[in-house]
Write a protein that binds this ligand. Structure first.
Ligand SMILES: [Zn+2]
Length: 126
């Protein structure tokens, strides 16, 4: 599959064969298979902007034990008992119900851009 790392490359790929999908790669690691130039342009445009403060989650973290025990009448969101917080290594997701680690991301000493808009609001007194 052809690969494009910016809008200009995607434009060339679709000009060569408008029917063939193109694997678009942004920031070296974020990949999306685009079926059209419009989709590729939207992807590169989205990835060129800072992380928004809206809910952009497309795949949720879950505790595997909680998933097994979830009552059928409740949604995963209603059943989840997760805590998220900073650690010395990075960011950890912890299951309160089972007192276990769900995910612990090690930033390996690197700092990454983050949207902390809620902490910058003066009206909250944070
Ligand atoms: Zn759990």
């Amino acid at each position: 599959m052809r690969e494009a790392i910016n809008t200009e490359e995607a434009r060339k790929c679709f000009a060569a064969d408008p029917e063939a999908p193109v694997k678009c790669v942004a920031r070296k690691t974020v990949r999306k298979v685009c079926q059209s130039l419009e989709e590729a342009e939207a992807f590169f445009d989205y990835m060129s902007k800072p992380a928004p403060a809206t809910n952009e989650i497309f795949r949720f973290f879950h505790c595997g034990l909680c998933v097994k025990e979830k009552p059928k009448e409740l949604s995963p969101r209603e059943w989840a008992q997760l805590e998220v917080g900073w650690t010395l290594h990075g960011l950890q997701i912890w299951c309160k119900r089972h007192e276990c680690n769900v995910c612990h991301i090690d930033f390996e000493g690197h700092q990454h851009p983050a949207n902390l808009e809620i902490f910058q609001r003066n009206d909250l007194g944070l």
